[in-house]
Design a protein around this ligand. Structure first.
Ligand code: GDP
Ligand code: MG
Length: 163
């Protein structure tokens, strides 16, 4: 079966926009399983010479007391556990949140290959303004605009290399 690549990140960072961008017109089957994967959406995609299955998740907020949000967080933990590669989607335009700090720790502990994305880098100016993200010290942070397609070629290269 194909490698599984999971999109994670807090709500509103652009995971679903990136999901649609990466799956694009090449989507063969969106194989959601109603009742089983309520908060996860699966679709097949291609990066370079590799086929993979992309998983979109609801937002991650491990600190939340809200049962619904905790349910989504569980879904995300499951998505990370089953994934071969994780794409951590951050918003380049806003400072990192405490929930995201927790998320980054969770990802480091997961021992999975993680690709960090500074989404909403719609232009080079926004890209350089994402400095607080660069200070977090991740090996690589890819500036991407899911909305406009900027940087998604580099992201596909990174996915292909990680699979
Ligand atoms: P999710 O909650 O992480 O799935 O985020 P969504 O994909 O639903 O996007 C949240 C909002 O951010 C929407 O209004 C998107 O149009 C917007 N958005 C997503 N990607 C980008 C981007 O690259 N640039 C800009 N400017 N907005 C974006
Ligand atoms: Mg979404």
């Amino acid at each position: 079966s194909y490698g599984l690549v999971a999109l994670v990140g807090r709500p509103n960072t652009g995971k679903s926009t990136l999901f649609n961008r990466l799956v694009g017109k090449r989507v063969a089957i969106v194989h959601d399983e109603p009742g089983v994967t309520r908060d996860r959406h699966y679709a097949d995609a291609i990066a370079g010479n590799k086929r993979y299955t992309l998983v979109d998740t609801g937002g991650l907020d491990p600190e939340s007391d809200d049962p619904m949000r905790q349910g989504i967080a569980r879904q995300v933990e499951l998505a990370i556990a089953e994934a071969d590669v994780v794409i951590c989607v951050l918003d380049a335009r806003v400072p990192i949140t405490p929930a995201e700090h927790a998320e980054l720790g969770l990802l480091r502990r997961s021992q999975k290959p993680v690709i960090y994305v500074a989404n909403k880098s719609d232009n080079p100016r926004l890209e350089t303004e994402a400095t607080d993200l660069y200070r977090l010290g991740m090996e690589q942070l890819l500036p991407v605009s899911a909305l406009h397609g900027r940087g998604t070629g580099d992201l596909e290269d990174a996915i292909e290399a990680a699979l």
